[in-house]
Design a protein around this ligand. Sequence first.
Ligand code: BTN
Length: 221
Amino acid sequence: MSLGSPRLHLRSVGSTNARARELAEGGAPHGTLVTASEQTAGRGRQGRTWVTPPGTAIAASVILREFDDLLPLRAGLAVADLAGGAARVKWPNDVLLDGRKVAGILVEARAPDWAVVGIGVNVTGVPPEVADIATSLERDDVEGALTELLAALARRVTQPATEIVAALRERDALLGRRVRWNGGEGVGGGIDASGALLVETGSGTISLSSGEVHLLANSGT
Ligand code: BTN
């Protein structure tokens, strides 16, 4: 089923996710899209903020009424599809190009009623002060990129789970890399069948099913 209709486009908004959540609570249908040219209070994961400078990036939130626990991973893969064959996914869903973040995803849900998939993609460029950690698609058509993203997301949200896990394994930015999370440190050991991240530690392999990990610099291949 296609995504992106009905669509509410705002020149400027605090957060497209916040607006989409309100619409979802109000009964908006599956596929409803909220976009903005600028966000003034964009929200990231773990309480972080997310900056969307006017006209340079996708800031989009899609309401889904049918979804599963793999939704955050599915959204990351859809963005990787948009970003091309060189894109890697840093579990759970940061999308990297050349080791730098090109997009961020914030999924908020009140299961089983609704989920809001919030996606921010740097399209035309990034401010020089963040160029060491962030990059963009280096395209000039934000709207064209959004159309491709919605098509990729529609495909990924209906794909069988086994194929999602297989696709993630092919794009895994953490495999064999040293990582840290709030419980310790280890080496990325792949993705299991449930979509959890495996980490090899001195005391065995553990699996992380939620949260975030940090890639440690110079951790080798
Ligand atoms: C992250 O990497 O921490 C996630 C960032 C998610 C940003 C997007 S931009 C569109 C949507 N609206 C928001 O307020 N946040 C998400």
